[in-house]
Write a protein of this length. Structure first.
Length: 149
């Protein structure tokens, strides 16, 4: 597990450190290991995805209010494939297949549009498994800042 001195400013590094700490000798933690109370304010930038049989029916089980504000509608129970385009949450889930292929956390960053704003963002997506063999859930997070001209 990576250990940081002081407070890490980047959300993706804090989440990766949290994920590593939950492994406890396993290849990956389980969905039940993720606790909102452990994450404090970061929880509002996080999301959880549960997968059906063989990765089918990937649905959101948690979507933080800062990554996708509830005034836009609720995504809990919604299939990830139906996620609205040009949103931060859509951008943060576009690389799910890489996480399945590699079986490890994947982080990306770049520019995207969300609610009419141009954003610079960083995101991470991490595999979860109830049996430490098959990925049956994903834990992700992303945050951003507006691009100023």
């Amino acid at each position: 597990m990576a250990e940081y001195t002081g407070i890490e400013r980047r959300l993706v590094f804090r989440l990766l450190d949290y994920w590593e700490g939950l492994k406890d000798g396993r290849k990956m933690p389980s969905l039940h290991d993720i606790q909102a109370s452990d994450l404090g304010d970061d929880w509002d930038w996080c999301f959880l995805i549960s997968l059906g049989e063989e990765g089918e029916s990937a649905v959101f089980t948690h979507v933080g209010s800062l990554i996708y504000p509830p005034v836009r509608g609720l995504l809990i129970g919604t299939e990830v494939s139906a996620c609205p385009d040009q949103t931060l949450i859509k951008q943060a889930t576009t690389f799910m297949s890489r996480v399945f292929d590699l079986g490890v956390p994947v982080s990306i960053g770049g520019e995207c549009e969300d609610g009419g704003d141009d954003l610079l963002y960083r995101s991470t997506l991490m595999p979860l498994s109830s049996d430490d063999v098959y990925i049956d859930a994903l834990f992700g997070g992303a945050n951003c800042r507006k691009v100023t001209n």
